[in-house]
Write a protein of this length. Structure first.
Length: 149
């Protein structure tokens, strides 16, 4: 039996476009974590996981999982840094050739992306081969995770 966090929400990526989504009270997938249903008990957490598995089998979302959150005055805040970054969107924007913010109006983004690529200089070959940042959790998170196991 897996251990469930005290307070958690269910997140996944929408299969159609890869957007980070959260299961809401109506059983739909919302882009806003503020609309997410919060599991406050192990039974509620299992029910969320079951719904995520069901929607993944129906090809609505990919990789649903629980995110531990805490309640603050400003709303729900994920405990792990990784989840705070996922909710905030890409952490690198200006130096990605052709990147178009999701807020920017476009017709499926294709024409804007082409425009963005032609307007921005190409990255040097050495920059393109730069290594990816380490996917390991921030300091302290690994120890918290290890204790929970």
């Amino acid at each position: 039996m897996s251990k469930h966090p005290a307070l958690s929400i269910l997140t996944a990526n929408r299969l159609a476009d890869g957007t980070v989504v959260f299961l809401d009270f109506e059983g739909a997938w919302s882009e806003s974590p503020a609309e997410a249903v919060v599991a406050r008990s192990p039974d509620e957490a299992r029910a969320l996981e079951d719904r995520g598995a069901y929607d993944a089998a129906r090809n609505l979302v990919v990789d649903p999982y629980l995110v531990e959150v805490r309640e603050t005055v400003s709303g729900l805040v994920p405990v792990r840094t990784r989840e705070r970054v996922r909710i905030g969107g890409p952490s690198v924007l200006d130096d990605v050739p052709g990147y178009v913010s999701p807020e920017a109006p476009s017709s499926h983004g294709s024409s804007r992306r082409r425009e963005g690529r032609s307007e921005q200089p190409q990255a040097p070959a050495q920059h393109a081969s730069a290594s990816h940042p380490s996917p390991l959790p921030a300091s302290g998170e690994r120890e918290v995770h290890a204790e929970a196991a």
